[in-house]
Write a protein that binds this ligand. Structure first.
Ligand code: HEM
Ligand code: 2DC
Length: 464
């Protein structure tokens, strides 16, 4: 018979003491390392308490499957307290990211049609491909300027701009021009605000929302500044599209973007559209850009894999006569390379679900309403799950699905946008440049709400 909840391994009895220890150990930026260590110490399941948050943590794909099979139709994940606190403080509506229950579900189903469905996704291809081509053009110009037949840089900010340009093109059907030499300071402010928003979230992660506002610390004030900047910039973009629609300045023959489709459908109240579109605009910057940076880094360190991918892309291009939609159907290894990148460098350190009924995980009874976390980072580097985990090997993904974008009806809303954007970017880069890096430099991972490189990554693009 399954063992009781109270017998779960882990030091979960002293929440505040644990939080203090965690703080002292520099846990703030090391959540992923601490988790990996606890799995080593306690085995594949452990219970933990940090401040007010109690969790059960699992690492095996089988347990993850059990958890997700029991999630039902209204799955809920951990609601990031400062994000909730900001919206309550400013009286802003929640988008799908923070909504619960039926309100979440009805918004989400309408959004899925415009953001995740195969028809919608096909109309994103030319929009995202155009941004990828512009990046290549910009990179060639940089190569020319360098006078050294190559472009070496820390690409963080270039990729932030690429990612914002991409997500705005599909959301608003409009270009911001972020891949030109002159960058609109407001767009740059938006990018900086998203980074600051993530950065100021992690220190407040384990405190209750009600407490946060009353603290009036610098962290909270910066967090509010960041969200204010995010909401006001998104509002401007949304108002522009709305005005163009009213003045019938938009053509009705071509695809005009997600926001236009949502407004014209007229099924979702404008406030809810705005809330979720703002979340997508903010969610579209650091996530794909950091993943692309890691992907290029891994390809630079594995020139053999890079050559294989290039051969696949060039063959696909010949066969499809340059038709990107067709090409996307045949680049299997490139898709696997993105999964493999996210295995080693996931954006989300964990996936989480509240249980709705009792579930048995690793022979322990987990009661309803327990927050269970799948240690995605730890799983990706666990030799039992991925043999030779340190090796970057896209081939290993032939037969199974990834968990990097979450699972089921609550999985990442931006998943298809992110995947397409990254596939098209890498296609264009591989067609035009060799990616290189200084091999000796080891780069680790830092938790800044999302997982990011712990030092700058220098990459070189060399025209083929
Ligand atoms: C949720 C990962 C890019 C918007 C999530 C979740 C994960 C994730 C793990 C939680 C899923 C779950 O609980 O099952 C990623 C990764 C990305 C990425 C790895 C890129 C490499 C994006 C982009 C957008 C976006 C580009 C916006 C266009 C969202 C939203 C949610 C979400 C709105 C909440 C959905 C809901 O609660 O219904 N993402 N994401 N993400 N993501 Fe992403
Ligand atoms: C952070 O313990 C660590 O995709 C916490 O695009 C648990 C947790 C809960 C929700 C996760 C978050 C972590 C990391 C960032 C995620 C978020 C859900 C969505 C969000 C994974 C793992 C992200 C980056 C979205 C952000 C959209 C936002 C900017 C409006």
């Amino acid at each position: 018979t399954p063992r009781p909840f109270n017998q779960l391994p882990g030091d979960w009895r002293a929440g505040w003491l644990n939080l203090y220890r965690f703080w002292q150990e520099g846990g703030l930026h090391n959540v992923h390392h601490i988790m990996a260590r606890k799995f080593q110490q306690f085995g594949p399941i452990y219970r933990e308490k940090l401040g007010v948050n109690e969790t059960v943590n699992i690492i095996s794909p089988r347990d993850a499957a059990t958890l997700f099979q029991a999630e039902g139709t209204l799955p809920e994940r951990f609601r990031v307290p400062p994000w909730v606190a900001y919206r309550d403080y400013r009286n802003k509506p929640y988008g799908v990211l923070l909504k619960k229950g039926e309100a979440w579900r009805s918004d989400r189903l309408l959004l899925n049609k415009e953001v995740l469905s195969p028809q919608a996704v096909e109309s994103f291809v030319p929009l995202l491909s155009a941004v990828g081509e512009d990046f290549v053009r910009r990179a060639r110009a940089q190569v020319g300027q360098s006078g050294r037949e190559r472009w070496t840089a820390d690409f963080t900010h270039e990729l932030f701009r690429f990612a914002l340009e991409s997500v705005c093109h599909v959301l608003y059907g409009e270009r911001l021009g972020l891949l030109q030499d002159f960058v609109d300071p407001e767009a740059q402010r938006f990018i900086d605000a998203v980074t600051l928003m993530f950065h100021t979230t992690s220190p407040m992660l384990y405190l209750p929302p009600a407490l946060l506002r009353h603290l009036n610390t610098k962290t909270w004030r910066d967090h509010v500044w960041a969200w204010d900047a995010i909401f006001s910039q998104a509002d401007k973009c949304i108002q522009n599209v709305y005005r163009d629609l009213r003045l019938q300045r938009k053509s009705t023959t071509e695809y005009m973007g997600i926001l236009c489709s949502l407004i014209m459908q007229d099924k979702l109240p404008l406030d809810d559209i705005r809330a979720s579109v703002t979340e997508m605009m903010a969610g579209g910057v650091d996530t794909t850009s950091m993943t692309l940076q890691w992907a290029m880094f891994e390809l630079a360190r594995s020139p053999g894999v890079q050559e294989q991918l290039r051969a696949e892309v060039l063959a696909a291009k010949r066969e499809a006569a340059g038709d990107r939609v067709k090409m996307l159907k045949t680049i299997r290894l490139l898709k696997a390379a993105i999964k493999e990148t996210l295995r080693l460098h996931p954006v989300a350190v964990t996936l989480q679900r509240y249980t709705t009924q009792e579930v048995i995980l690793h022979d322990y009874r987990i009661p309803p309403k327990t927050l269970v976390q799948v240690g995605l980072y730890a799983m990706g580097r666990d030799a039992e799950v991925f043999p030779k985990p340190e090796q970057f090997s896209p081939q290993r993904w032939k037969h199974f699905q990834g968990l990097s974008f979450g699972f089921g009806p609550r999985q990442c809303l931006g998943r298809r946008i992110a995947e397409l954007e990254m596939q098209l970017f890498l296609m264009h880069i591989l067609e035009n440049f060799k990616i290189e890096t200084m091999r000796a430099v080891e780069v680790g991972t830092k938790f800044d709400l999302i997982l990011i490189p712990d030092k700058p990554i220098y990459l070189t693009l060399r025209p083929l």
